[in-house]
Design a binder for this molecule. Sequence first.
Ligand SMILES: NC(=O)c1ccc[n+]([C@@H]2O[C@H](COP(=O)([O-])OP(=O)(O)OC[C@H]3O[C@@H](n4cnc5c(N)ncnc54)[C@H](OP(=O)(O)O)[C@@H]3O)[C@@H](O)[C@H]2O)c1
Length: 264
Amino acid sequence: MNCFEGKTVWITGASSGIGEALAYEYSGLGAWVILSARRENELERVKAACAHSDRCTVTPLDLADQQQLETAADRMLQQFGAIDILVNNGGVSQRSLAIETGVDVDRRIMEVDYFSGVTLAKKLLPAMVAKGSGHIVAISSIVGMFGFPLRSAYSAAKHAMHGFYESVWAELHTQGIRVTVVCPGRILTDVSRHALVGDGTLYGKMDHGQAGGITAQTCARKIIKAVRKNKKETYIGKTDLLMIWFKRYIPCLYYLLVSKVQPR
Ligand SMILES: NC(=O)c1ccc[n+]([C@@H]2O[C@H](COP(=O)([O-])OP(=O)(O)OC[C@H]3O[C@@H](n4cnc5c(N)ncnc54)[C@H](OP(=O)(O)O)[C@@H]3O)[C@@H](O)[C@H]2O)c1
């Protein structure tokens, strides 16, 4: 059964990678899709390629700008009433050592990867609660489960997501609110090209790990399956997922392996 037909799905980071792939999948399933990111031309390209572009709304915004997030949320609530599914996907990664990373860059990554989702969730949850249903999907990462070289701020922001969304679930699940935290491993997208280095400029390179990752389309399909099954947490990847289990069940092996990673 297609439970997404006619549902309103707001996807941040919909201009590329996993968010773009999610837009195509949800549109194909008959959902009304709201596409957000900064690059409006890319959002229009994604909209045009959606199965039902007449049921897509492009809402450009900067996830680092709280005012823009609140204004966009008010507009979407006015236009659609309660949003059925919010996918907090938009984010930026990091490729720099902690000691070489300016605190302004740590703060920017926290704003984009963590606080933006918190802001949107807080704006949308009251209408979801009033309706008695709603699903928040938070795209974390496997490094939201363990630390990793060159990812200090990114890993911290992703760890923070787990605490926030698990707590929201604990508080609101009896009122019809569902929460799914997604931890992808390496996915073949431009995430490393868009990652920040210590001075806040772009890393600009395709990492070997990303290049060998699973496709964004496969990732999107697995995310939707997890949402349909109302999973609270899900992991998507290949052998990179093993690190989650090592950290949890054989921590000394995790510490050994992570100490051998060559940061450069
Ligand atoms: N690819 C992986 O291996 C991997 C693994 C684990 C987790 N993830 C997570 O998956 C999510 C999607 O990443 P991706 O792999 O699809 O990478 P991506 O292709 O670089 O996509 C990132 C998306 O976030 C948007 N974004 C970035 N900064 C923004 C800002 N300040 N305001 C608004 N939108 C912003 C980008 O749009 P604009 O540039 O147009 O604003 C883009 O649509 C991220 O949360 C990432 O951390 C990815």
